[in-house]
Design a protein around this ligand. Structure first.
Ligand code: PLP
Length: 485
């Protein structure tokens, strides 16, 4: 519209031609009747129009276009050069991308995606694999992803509250079920208040920027999850990275950051790649000694770590010494999606006012909230499921170690079978699938170079027989690839 009206005053006798012709050109351009990649470029006066057209249309329009005034043609020239430029840029970008993709393939770190054709659970169906497959790579720690009561709660919420809110929380996206889930999560973690996000990635992206400014400092374990690293990048606090789980180094960094206003020690409760548990007692001791706050990401702990499954802080007896907890609804708590922060009410109030992923992203859909709420209710009512994890985890870890494999971490249902080489991890995972066990090889950049592994995850829903069959399959493939003798 802008361009057409700019052209109109230049020839008052012919405005309809200008408008119609220009609309035609736009129409043809938009509907791909014009070939923007035509190579038969011409230097004739029709250059900016004629060469674009299929020959049938070309002649009839040429005459009209030729009569256009010079300003109009320069407008057209502007349009055509600006439609051509992106194509050169796109082909250049594509070749950059292809090179990058080739280098990933060459390094053996390509991450394919297998397609599951059944519900999530300990036994699944996988596209291109026959029959029942044992699933040992989901974060479905408590087997609640397909628990009948959890699924039914999602159906009920869908029917009562609809598919979604078409809105963010502060506009018209808060339903009573969001408030109920926030209350239950605060109760579960024994913290003052809770705020829901679309994911824990968002919760981590939204927290640090709100809490910490340029006068503050954040002290972060070097192996913290990517979402924590990204969240910290967004805040303006001074950054200190301490060596993985190294209390001496943390203390050094606490001394270095002494002049800061607020200091926040940030750690995963459980590190997802190794299944190792943060030394929270030592961290809390140091934090108290140096006047710092403590934050933990409990994605791989909520629901099953500790006597009542409340998390690493419960396991290590520091629930009242850890100030802020972020966690996910996408793993043990039903496995749908969503994340949250629990902590002091003043912090949660401020996050509702300022946290960008909360303010500028849609509310969690009611079925997702319904499923998570039922999962939390089940855990509040009984710690039985949480407790069943430990024995199963030890059965796998002990049998694999006896067979000669190296399993990283201690006592956590994340059991990384360490292999070192990325290709080996990938080939072994493929062979495991042929034996009916679905596991995944992890390689750089998800884990450091040279530390490729198959990450096995135990679920409360696995039976002892499932675990024994998986160990047997590992022994068979491990021998084939020379990992064990
Ligand atoms: N934090 C940790 C430690 C995680 O492992 C993950 C997920 O893999 C996240 C955060 C992100 O959680 P979500 O899937 O809810 O975004």
């Amino acid at each position: 519209m802008q361009i057409t009206s700019a052209a109109l005053p230049l020839d008052k006798n012919a405005p309809p031609v200008y408008a119609i012709t220009f609309d035609w050109l736009l129409f043809l351009r938009l509907h791909n009747y014009i070939n923007p990649l035509s190579t038969s470029l011409s230097s004739s006066p029709y250059f900016y129009c004629g060469h674009f057209f299929d020959s049938g249309v070309e002649m009839s329009l040429r005459t009209a276009v030729y009569r256009l005034s010079t300003p109009f043609r320069s407008v057209l020239q502007y349009c055509t050069t600006n439609t051509k430029r992106p194509y050169a840029a796109v082909s250049q970008a594509l070749s950059v991308l292809e090179n990058e993709l080739d280098s990933i393939r060459a390094a053996g770190t390509w991450k394919g995606e297998r397609v599951i054709t059944s519900k999530q659970g300990p036994h699944i169906n996988v596209d291109c694999s026959k029959g029942d497959i044992l699933n040992f790579c989901a974060n479905n720690y408590l087997g609640l992803s397909s628990h009948p009561e959890v699924v039914q709660a999602g159906i009920d919420a869908l029917q009562k509250y609809g598919a979604g809110l078409s809105s963010v929380r502060f506009i018209c996206g808060t339903q009573s079920l969001h408030k109920t889930l926030e209350e239950k999560l605060a109760q579960f973690h024994e913290r003052e208040d809770c705020i829901l996000y679309a994911s824990c990635f968002d919760a981590n992206a939204g927290l640090f920027e709100v809490l910490l400014g340029p006068d503050d400092a954040v002290l972060s374990d070097e192996l913290n999850h990517a979402s924590i690293i990204d969240g910290i990048r967004l805040c303006r606090a001074k950054r200190f990275r301490y060596k993985h789980m190294d209390l001496n180094d943390l203390e050094e960094k606490l001394k270095e950051s002494r002049s800061s206003r607020l200091r926040l020690v940030v750690t995963d409760g459980v590190f997802s790649m190794d299944g190792d548990v943060a030394p929270l007692q030592g961290i809390c001791d140091l934090a108290e000694q140096y006047g710092a706050l403590v934050f933990i990401d409990e994605c791989h702990a909520t629901g099953f770590m500790g006597p009542r499954g409340r998390g690493t802080d419960e396991l290590l007896g520091v629930m009242n010494r850890v100030h802020i907890v972020n966690s996910t609804l996408g793993k043990a708590l039903g496995g749908a999606a969503g994340g949250y922060t629990v902590g002091p009410k003043a912090l949660i109030d401020l996050l509702r006012q300022r946290s960008r992923p909360y303010l500028f992203s849609n509310s969690l859909p009611p079925p997702v909230v319904g499923c998570a709420t039922r999962a939390v209710e089940l855990l509040l009512a009984s710690n039985e499921i949480a407790q069943s994890m430990a024995a199963k985890t030890m059965r796998f870890r002990n049998n694999m170690t006896q067979a000669g494999f190296t399993i990283s971490g201690t006592a956590h249902p994340i059991c990384p079978v360490m292999l070192g080489d990325a290709r080996l991890a990938s080939f072994m995972a493929d062979d495991m699938l042929k034996l009916g066990v679905y596991v995944i090889g992890f390689s750089y950049p998800v884990v450091p170079k040279g530390k490729a592994r198959i990450r096995v995850q135990i679920s409360a829903a696995h039976t002892d027989d499932d675990i024994d069959r998986t160990v047997d399959a590992f022994i068979q493939t491990g021998r084939k690839h020379g990992v064990i003798s």
